[in-house]
Write a protein that binds this ligand. Structure first.
Ligand SMILES: Nc1ncnc2c1ncn2[C@@H]1O[C@H](COP(=O)(O)OP(=O)(O)O)[C@@H](O)[C@H]1O
Ligand SMILES: [Mg+2]
Length: 684
């Protein structure tokens, strides 16, 4: 994206991440060495460090002798500013170490870096002492305070920064500190290192409404107990959080994982989420989990997929030799998730018996978790099990029931309430945490949203009562109220009109988008809860009927779609995901499945069909056999039954070959019972 000159340095309040970095030991150096040598050394060092900062998109605001202030978020703010600031800082440490290794002056080897970052709003503009471009305000002071609290050689970030980078770095919570001039204690976090494979569950957005987890103290304590118990007993523990749509299942697990991460530097979290749109993809839940971990893309060339899988397995497997080798594990694991091997000597003996092959694969994957958990606690987060396929559930069952193997693995899962009744054979004796609606009270609302701290009780009670304890409904309502025109916290007597239902509310949130934003949301919803920028673009280009109906011109469509996607993120209706199924394709997720469902309904049926066709073709070019069922689903929804049948048949054969008979039977039956003629061709 190019930025034109006028908007290059925008003015006004902006969300920025500010880094302060200080080089310690500089003055000692000045005492020991010739001034010219010292200034030469420092010039060399700073030019290296500045280069690192600039490579990470930072704007070097000030450099004063031995310290530097860098801003992310100007000239343009991106959703990952805080993350880039943190990555850059870690690289500064590496950069300094390299410098020390290479320098001929042993005196310079004692130099150390100390850094701090804070993320917040700041006034940006030509507001520096000499009219130069800079940012001012509390955010800058807090960043500096973070730096002052850092030990030599370390990086400290504020809570706000931590919230934006959660899941991407290994983090340790330190004792809170006081800010100058206030009595308030603030949380600080030390960043240890970048996680090789960030947890994909987390959401990222620019700024956004700050919300605090409320009313779940008991559940958090119970999860903590179960975590300790798992470690002490050396046994796999399966926890299932159940509850209604929007009651806070995902959030609870997200918060708990975050807490564990800061308390256990050696913790490994691996996560995955089942999706309605992939509910028939065999073994999808684990395919997603391993793909996240190994950084696999659907469109990787086969050689590269093999290498990533083997390397990934090896890192978890460790050095110890056993009767089974890590390479064998990689072959069996890869085989289940769509990585193919040429005449594998491990797999071949199992060619005639897919059931045995699955069993061996489960065993080796369990061993992989076993080995990983010898280095530190391992927690798996498996979200939305109501959409998991039978193979994925079978592996959960396997890990849990082979508890005699003494693997201290904590599996945290969640699903809608009905799920447990439909899957009694597996989940009967599971540790169940049933999430009830939040208490209906104004206090809860006040605690959850700091932005409403000063709001009148009458408003808070009205919100609480309307939401009936559903935090999703509540949160979206709060956003609507805060964004509504002319809203002020002072007006005590006139309450804003509240929506009748969460569906109505989501529709009005969609209506508040720009024309392109709305069209983007509608197209994205056709793809599913998870969607890709390329798919949305294809829909814009390939559905003239829709673009016409929505009155969106096709001029500069690439730029418009990106702006629209940014708008969805700004409104917190969708988030960018870490990683993507397809290389080079940005992957997004609707904030909630309910929202995707509401957006889906907005296109009239004939236009839905037109979009489904475009998406079917877009996917067909990119997916492997595992996901051919998704292509089939879209062709079917488009009324193109001959293509749908071909893809269902392919998917059924694949599922059969892999030993997933239930899916294979369903798919085959489905393929056979499709209408004979494509939509609109019946009368010919
Ligand atoms: N206890 C809570 N306190 C504050 N906000 C919450 C709480 N539980 C959920 N939320 C918010 O409500 C929304 C819906 O929660 P989510 O976990 O996605 O629901 P579910 O997974 O049960 O459908 C999210 O935006 C979440 O951040
Ligand atoms: Mg959820």
């Amino acid at each position: 994206m190019s930025v034109d000159v006028e908007s290059k340095f925008p003015e006004g309040r902006r969300l920025v991440s500010v880094l302060f970095a200080d080089i310690l030991g500089f003055s000692t150096l000045a005492d020991q060495l010739d001034p010219e040598i010292v200034s030469g050394l420092m010039r060399d060092l700073w030019s290296r460090l500045n280069k690192i900062v600039e490579e990470h998109g930072g704007f070097v605001d000030k450099q004063l002798g031995d310290s530097i202030m860098v801003i992310w978020g100007v000239p343009e703010s991106l959703e990952d500013d805080a993350e880039r600031a943190v990555s850059a800082s870690l690289e500064l440490l590496t950069g300094l170490n390299k410098f020390k290794e290479n320098t001929e002056y042993s005196e310079a080897k004692t130099l150390q870096l100390r850094m701090g970052i804070h993320t917040g709003l700041a006034l940006a503009g030509n507001v520096g002492i000499h009219g130069e471009y800079t940012v001012l305000g509390n955010t800058v002071r807090i960043a500096q305070r973070m730096e002052e609290n850092a030990e030599q050689g370390s990086l400290i970030v504020s809570e706000a920064t931590y919230q934006s980078i959660r899941g991407a770095f290994q983090v340790k919570r330190l004792t809170p500190v006081q800010l100058v001039g206030t009595k308030k204690l603030v949380n600080i976090f030390q960043i240890l290192e970048e996680l090789p494979q960030p947890t994909k569950l987390r959401y990222r957005s620019k700024g956004g409404l700050k919300t605090i987890l409320v009313g779940r103290e008991e559940e958090m304590a119970r999860l903590e107990d179960l975590f300790q118990h798992t470690r002490q007993q050396n046994k796999t523990q399966l926890v299932l959080v159940t509850g209604d749509v929007g009651v806070g299942k995902s959030r609870l697990l997200f918060e708990f994982a975050g807490q564990l991460e800061t308390e256990n530097p050696l913790l490994t979290v691996m996560s995955s989420r089942a999706l309605k749109q992939t509910s028939q993809v065999p073994f999808y839940l684990w395919k997603e989990l391993w793909s996240n971990r190994f950084d696999l893309n659907e469109d990787d060339p086969v050689e590269s997929a093999r290498k990533k899988t083997i390397d990934g397995v090896l890192t978890l497997w460790g050095q110890a030799l056993g009767e089974v080798t890590a390479v064998e594990a990689a072959h069996f694991l890869g085989d289940q998730i769509g990585v193919t091997w040429d005449k594998s000597r491990y797999l071949e003996p199992f060619n005639t018996d897919p059931k045995l092959r699955i069993e061996r694969s489960f065993l080796l994957q369990a061993e992989l978790f076993n080995r990983a958990s010898q280095r530190g606690p391992v927690v798996l987060i498996l979200d939305d099990l109501q959409w998991a396929d039978s193979g994925s559930l079978a592996m959960i069952n396997y890990l849990w029931k082979s508890a005699d193997r003494e693997i201290p693995l904590l599996i945290l899962s969640c699903a809608r309430t009905e799920f447990i009744k439909e899957n009694l054979e597996i989940f009967q004796d599971v540790e169940q945490i049933e999430l009830k609606p939040l208490p209906v009270s104004s206090e809860i609302v006040r605690d959850a949203y700091p932005a409403l701290k000063e709001a009148p009780d009458s408003l808070l009670s009205a919100l609480a009562e309307r939401a009936e304890g559903n935090p999703y409904f509540l949160e979206e309502m709060v956003k609507n109220v805060l964004r509504s025109e002319g809203f002020s916290l002072e007006e005590k007597d006139e309450l804003p009109v509240l929506p009748g239902s969460v569906e109505e509310l989501l529709q009005s949130r969609l209506d508040s988008l720009s024309m392109e934003g709305r069209a983007t949301a509608f197209f994205a919803a056709i793809a599913g809860r998870v969607f890709w920028k390329g798919a949305v673009l294809a829909a814009f280009r390939g559905s003239p009927g829709v673009t016409k109906a929505l009155d969106v011109s096709s001029h500069n469509i690439v730029g418009k779609v990106q702006v629209a996607l940014d708008e969805l993120m700004e409104m917190e209706l969708a988030f960018l995901r870490v990683g993507s199924a397809f290389s080079g394709e940005r992957e997004y997720i609707f904030k909630h499945s309910l929202l995707q469902e509401q957006a889906y309904q907005r296109l009239p049926e004939n236009l839905q069909a037109e979009c489904h066709l475009v998406i079917a073709e877009w996917l067909a070019e990119r997916v492997g056999l595992e996901r051919s069922v998704c292509v089939a689903n879209h062709f079917e929804a488009a009324g193109v039954y001959d293509q749908a049948q071909a893809y269902y048949t392919k998917a059924a054969e694949h599922a059969r070959a892999k030993g997933y008979d239930k899916e294979a039977d369903d798919l085959q039956y489905h393929a056979r019972t499709l209408p004979e003629n494509n939509f609109g061709q019946g009368e010919k």
